[in-house]
Design a binder for this molecule. Structure first.
Ligand SMILES: *Cc1c(COP(=O)(O)O)cnc(C)c1O
Length: 394
């Protein structure tokens, strides 16, 4: 019994590769080559050197003393917020662009919602001198103006998508359309553990550097190489997948994940797709998603732009369904409160996404004892969320 992917690209009932015929060869090529490439010494050396010298890894595992006292446990924060470009997404973008180069691709496309994955992709394209086109819903282009300017400054072409609700789902459709037109020379960099197989597994592996580091860092600090709890937030699932990767089949480490409750899962203003979603196909993968009875996607809502995806990747759908992970919805107000608390108690302003993970602590407090070792991933920093924080000051 394993929670890792099977040979057909499934995690239990979830996953697979539901793609148009014209992409079959491209996805098949990737499936055939990705493991050999990312396991090769040449790739590993280049990847780890960039993670060290460019991204700034290893990211620290920080013992949060005041928060530990408050929640009655030993709380360690995995500081992905200290990475270059401010979040975990760069780990994956670097890995995929190296893979694209090794496969002989000459052009990069990506889709982005809030713009964080677009910025990470534009960054590695500048680094590797590759042309880059980022698809973004026209509404998101307006809402995330600063990230749009960042991408342009980095040399990417930002393509505003006017169809549908003009948000992430529409940008994704447009990126897939582009990919269908240029399957031979174009590499599609997907930003989370979503999309057709092998993307979820590939992204999880490229983010697994997080749990690889946690292993030796907890060993160094606690004398054993596993924590009692691993905690992370889930949008598509990549920072969570990276946090749990080396522990996924080790029951000693409990997994608790936060999805975005928005204004509450009993309201239509939510993004808690694991708890209220139903099975369907999105972005080439069988997952739980928010849809109407006739299969129309329901627009998700969360105060955090990085978590308002209408589905969740197949890895986490399976962890939730099998009970390997406990998944709780965190509402906007709870996330905001957690953000202000971390800022005042530890001097760290977290991203709104990460604040959802922090807001799990009061809910889990009763399960902790002073010896309980908790590792919580702070997926990103809060600079990008300052306007939101300012308009919700307690
Ligand atoms: C994009 C983003 C997320 C959500 O994406 P996952 O793939 O679920 O990790 C979480 N935190 C931050 C800071 C992000 O930028």
């Amino acid at each position: 019994m394993t929670y890792q992917v099977d040979e057909n690209g499934y995690y239990g009932n979830y996953g697979g590769a539901y793609i148009p015929e014209i992409l079959y060869k491209t996805v098949e090529d990737l499936k055939r080559q990705y493991l050999d490439i990312i396991e090769s010494n040449e790739f590993k050396q280049e990847y780890h050197q960039l993670l060290r010298d460019y991204v700034g890894r290893p990211s620290p595992l920080y013992y949060a003393r005041r928060m530990s006292e408050k929640y009655g446990c030993k709380l360690y924060l995995k500081r992905e917020d200290l990475n270059h470009t401010g979040a975990h997404k760069i780990n994956n973008a670097i890995g995929q662009i190296l893979l694209a180069k090794k496969m002989g691709k000459t052009r990069i496309i990506a889709e982005t919602g809030a713009g964080q994955h677009g910025v990470a992709t534009a960054t590695v394209c500048a680094l590797m001198n590759m042309p880059c086109r980022v698809y973004m819903g026209a509404l998101d282009v307006e809402r995330q103006h600063v990230n749009v300017e960042r991408m342009k400054m980095l040399g990417a072409e930002v393509f505003p998508v006017q169809s549908g609700n003009k948000t992430l789902k529409d940008a994704t459709n447009e990126a897939i359309r582009d990919w269908c037109c240029h399957p031979a020379d174009t590499f599609y960099i997907i930003g989370s553990t979503v999309g057709p197989h092998p993307y979820p597994d590939m992204v999880a592996r490229l983010q697994s550097v997080i749990s690889e580091e946690i292993k030796w860092q907890v060993q160094e600090k606690e004398g054993r190489d596993y924590p009692d709890y691993l905690i992370a937030c889930v949008g598509g699932g990549s920072n969570a997948a990276g946090t749990i990767y080396h522990y996924i089949d080790d029951d000693r480490a409990k997994i608790v994940l936060a999805e975005a409750g928005g204004l509450g899962i009993e309201t239509p203003m939510t993004a808690a797709s694991m708890q209220i979603g139903t099975i369907g196909i999105l972005h080439g993968s069988r997952i739980k998603l928010m849809q109407t009875e006739d299969g129309q996607i329901i627009e998700p809502y969360s105060i955090s732009a990085g978590l308002d995806y209408p589905g969740t990747g197949p890895i986490h759908c399976n962890l939730f369904e099998t009970g390997r992970a406990q998944v709780l919805a965190i509402n906007d107000d709870e996330a905001l409160q957690a953000a202000f608390e971390l800022t005042r108690m530890e001097g760290i302003i977290p991203a709104l996404e990460s604040s959802h993970a922090l807001a799990l602590l009061p809910k889990l407090k009763d399960q902790f004892t002073p010896d309980t070792v908790v590792v919580l991933t702070v997926s990103g920093r809060g600079d990008k969320d300052l306007d939101t924080y300012l308009s919700h000051k307690p």
